[in-house]
Ligand binder design. Structure first.
Ligand code: HEM
Length: 216
């Protein structure tokens, strides 16, 4: 999805509060770069392999498992656990731990370790990045399902907040705007969110590091 398309969707629903608006604006470039990773592009084209898709779920499983533990300290930002849906999808895909390349496993462990010891500002930023990613999931899920032998049975994580995640997102963003400012300035949270995007991008690049698709 182009940034123009995304902006037009954004424009319709953007809650006009300083923190969430600053996060949206301040991470737009990082989001675009993430979408443009080889695996991001393959997800959007529906050309991702089952194994690569499973590795993206492995990444989200690692991140959410740690984040959900840390959000006990920020209960306003906790949402229903994403871990069961991720585990269901991985089981449908027949995921085996030996699919994970050693470099990805090591980097994921390091990022998760960082999140274990992170301050509230980083925890809030990660919550923003991971909750927000489900908006993209809603856009991606039919494309991804169309390219998988198991189809939509492996996309329950992308449906974690139902067919249309936006009502849930709007409620969540209200909480973010209420509790976030007590912990850090918008500028600090934007910097932390950009750093979380950097980590996600690096992890996704360890799933696929070049564009192998022939489709434009
Ligand atoms: C091919 C990959 C991706 C596509 C096509 C995509 C697409 C989108 C779209 C369409 C939205 C806006 C939806 C709306 O406003 O209703 C969105 C929002 C968002 N996405 Fe992605 N996304 C992708 C990957 C990711 C990844 C990997 C992450 C981070 C882990 C991410 C984080 C976010 C965040 C934080 C938002 C919320 C922005 C805001 O409104 O403040 N996205 N994405």
């Amino acid at each position: 999805m182009s940034s123009t398309e995304r902006e037009s969707v954004d424009g319709a629903d953007a809650p006009n509060t300083p923190l969430s608006a600053a996060l949206r604006r301040g991470t737009r470039a990082a989001h675009s770069k993430t979408e443009q990773t080889p695996v991001g592009r393959a997800l959007a084209r529906g050309s991702v392999t089952a194994e690569e898709y499973a590795l993206t779920l492995f990444i989200f499983h690692a991140l959410w498992s740690q984040l959900e533990g840390r959000l006990t300290e920020l209960p306003a930002l906790r949402t229903e656990s994403k871990v069961p849906a991720l585990e269901r999808d991985l089981a449908v895909l027949g995921f085996r731990p030996d699919w994970v390349p050693e470099a990805l496993r090591a980097r994921a462990r390091a990022v998760v370790e960082g999140l274990r010891g992170a301050d509230a500002r980083a925890v809030i930023a990660w919550a923003y990045v991971l909750e927000g990613s489900l908006l993209g999931g809603a856009w991606l899920r039919e494309r991804v399902a169309a390219g998988l032998p198991v189809g939509a049975r492996a996309t329950s994580y992308y449906r974690a907040h139902g067919d249309d995640p936006r009502p849930h997102w709007q409620g969540w963003v209200r909480e973010l705007d209420r509790v976030g400012p007590a912990h850090a300035s918008p500028e600090e949270l934007v910097a932390a969110a950009n750093s979380a995007f950097d980590d996600v991008r690096e992890l996704l690049t360890l799933v696929r590091n070049e564009d192998r698709d022939h489709a434009a």
